[in-house]
Write a protein that binds this ligand. Structure first.
Ligand SMILES: *[C@@H]1O[C@H](CO)[C@@H](O)[C@H](O)[C@H]1NC(C)=O
Ligand SMILES: *[C@@H]1O[C@H](CO)[C@@H](O)[C@H](O)[C@H]1NC(C)=O
Ligand SMILES: *[C@@H]1O[C@H](CO)[C@@H](O)[C@H](O)[C@H]1NC(C)=O
Ligand SMILES: *[C@@H]1O[C@H](CO)[C@@H](O)[C@H](O)[C@H]1NC(C)=O
Ligand SMILES: *[C@@H]1O[C@H](CO)[C@@H](O)[C@H](O)[C@H]1NC(C)=O
Length: 331
């Protein structure tokens, strides 16, 4: 056999194997969902198999043929307010202004204009790409965190979201130590450290006036009841939750249940929109069915203006469909 012929045979054999292997892989990957791994193992920007929206093993925003998720999830909805999207549609403005009625609200557009003289008007996190794998821990305040030992797992994510009165001192083993984003509103405000982004959720025009004041002059001291006049937070890292997004969460995800969604549910949907992988901790009741905070076992939390049960049902469904991973207590 001439050396030339031998090389040709080897080349042919190699080609044959490559083609067969590729075809097998393609066939099985798209026919059998249990081979999901194959499809996702190749999610690299430089890979011909890259089809997914992110570089994680699973991507939150991947519709994956789930109609329940696809019906509700709108990727174009941006969760943060900017000067531009701060101009609300009539529908949204009307709905939003009725959440926490205020007899003499100030002029909304003038307040928003003033707001962006105090806080930055930047667009963040709109960098989804097949090369990104952003992991997030959403940490609610449920008593089911007590004794969970989830701290290190919570801290291991790129972003760690906490909310309202949450603190970590004394509970580090169970809740972790890092906080990249803290969600709050005037009546639940607390001081934050310099590295944490304050994600402010406004429910009325007065709330927007409060955040302006709390970061500057401290003249607004009362909403429904006395509130902190000043807040310690890094002004350059303040983000404002968009009222349009809030209405989208209420309409699409809560299907109108409850008066408006809770801080926990709003943080969760925020995460689903800006993260590629979402781990959820401290949501729902503890193992005895009690709703309370991990730091306070006496205070029951009333199921008031939020439809807590409906919110939790949606959370469970998101977990069932592998959009989030829900940790319910001890690891
Ligand atoms: C998704 O959101 C965009 C931007 O707000 C909107 O224009 C569009 O109509 C929405 N799509 C659906 C299906 O609701
Ligand atoms: C919104 O409301 C204003 C005044 O209330 C009205 O002038 C304007 O036409 C409305 N716009 C739309 C699109 O309905
Ligand atoms: C609010 O102020 C803007 C301009 O600053 C003005 O165009 C608008 O008419 C005002 N809206 C109301 C309801 O007074
Ligand atoms: C803020 O982040 C820097 C850099 O990661 C770190 O050195 C510093 O200790 C952090 N400060 C606080 C208050 O966590
Ligand atoms: C939550 O789901 C359970 C079980 O599917 C159902 O019985 C219950 O009515 C749901 N609750 C709400 C508020 O939708």
């Amino acid at each position: 056999m001439s050396p030339l012929k031998g090389r040709r045979i080897r080349t042919c054999a190699l080609l044959f194997f490559a083609v067969t292997f590729t075809m097998l892989l393609l066939t099985y990957t798209f026919r059998d969902p249990s081979l999901y791994f194959f499809k996702h193992a190749f999610h690299r920007p430089d890979n011909v198999f890259s089809k997914g929206p992110c570089a994680c093993h699973r991507c939150t925003s991947d519709p994956e043929g789930d109609p329940w998720f696809t019906e509700r999830f709108n990727q174009s909805m941006y969760p943060l307010m900017t000067r531009e999207n701060g101009i609300l549609s009539n529908d949204t403005l009307q709905w939003w202004q009725l959440l926490q009625p205020d007899e003499h609200p100030a002029n909304y557009s003038q307040v928003v204009e003033k707001l962006f003289q105090v806080v930055p008007n930047d667009v963040h996190y709109a960098d989804a790409s097949p090369g990104r794998c952003r992991t997030c821990s959403v940490v609610g305040n449920s008593g089911n965190l007590k004794g969970s030992q989830c701290g290190p797992l919570i801290d291991a994510s790129d972003f760690v979201f906490r909310m309202n009165e949450a603190f970590t001192e004394g509970y580090e083993e169970d809740v972790g130590t890092r906080t990249t984003h803290h969600f709050l509103y005037p009546e639940s405000a607390k001081d934050l450290d310099d590295n944490t982004s304050l994600v402010f959720i406004p429910f009325k025009v007065l709330d927007l006036q409060w955040i302006i004041s709390a970061l500057t002059t401290g003249t607004v001291t009362k909403t429904f009841f006395p509130v902190k006049s000043k807040i310690k937070a890094n002004k350059d890292k303040v983000l404002i939750y968009s009222p349009t997004f809030l209405k989208y969460v209420h309409d699409s995800w809560m299907e109108g249940h409850g008066q408006y969604p809770s801080t926990g549910f709003l943080s969760l949907l925020f995460a689903i929109h800006i993260c590629d992988k979402v781990n959820v901790f401290g949501f729902g009741a503890d193992q005895y069915g009690n709703w309370h905070h991990y730091w306070d076992f006496n205070a029951g939390i009333p199921n008031s203006i939020h439809d807590r049960d409906y919110e939790y049902n949606v959370t469970l469904l998101l977990a069932e469909k592998h959009k989030i991973k829900l940790y319910k207590g001890r690891l």
